[in-house]
Design a protein around this ligand. Sequence first.
Ligand SMILES: [Mn+2]
Length: 312
Amino acid sequence: MSDVLTAGARTFFGVPSVADLADVTAQVAFLGVPFDGGTPQPGNRTGQKLGPAAARQASWEQFAYAESPEDGAIGWYDIEADRDRLRGVTMVDAGDVVIQGADDHGNFARMREAANRIVARGCVLVAVGGDHSISFPLVAGVAAHRRVEMVHVDAHADFWDELDGSRLTGASQLRRIAELADVLGVTALGLRNVEREEADGMRELGVRFATTLDLIDRGPAAVVNELVPICDAIYVSIDLDALDLGLVPGTTLPEPGGLSYRELRSTLAAIARRGEIVAFDIAELNPPADSSGATARLATWLITHLLSELFD
Ligand SMILES: [Mn+2]
């Protein structure tokens, strides 16, 4: 009765789910990180923990996946290039990291462990948050397996040393990442709302950075080619607020004057030409602020477009 009924939980893009990371053999593994306990207070909105579920829902129709898991993606037709994209790429949904209340040490340890196991299986990790604090344990887990160049695409630098005594919020995670011995270098792109103290910190720690205006005025490829070194492995973290406020009302801290969707795609395409993107995350999808669902849809198109670059 498959023409009448549909069964099972929704996964990212309808790909098969796996119950045990040890069984993962696909080229791509999606990971939900339903955590918003790293949201800086006061004043910021929570709700990012609902991001993975909203993204799974929004992703359902963007490309097709074969009936049989080993056949991989059927893909999608890219009319602009008159080509089929993602055809045959194998993917799994690894589920969500276990998040338990009042156990942030354990929550972060599980994020780190999940990311580490996925890349150790040879999969490209695609993590969907969650607030931006998740990037620190995810990068740490990836870098423990394979040293990476870090590229952070965000309106904000997220470079506070600490905020009200916490060193692990989504306002500090890039600084924690820059302090990791297994991270070779850090580039921050798309900045436009940054405190002087953060900019000073980035200069002290040798973080390369470009503003939104730099990307728009000089073009994404010129900026990326100047700042991101040619390297073996890259981790990309994308905060949706790198995009213009009007495109991402359903993010936590939308900022005007941001990148267009095309400019972000061009930025990511240029990054993908500097080395192998072994993992990326999309942070700050905030479903309570996303009444139309358009931001979730944008986030999942961004995943589709970036994966299409990686497997072109
Ligand atoms: Mn951020």
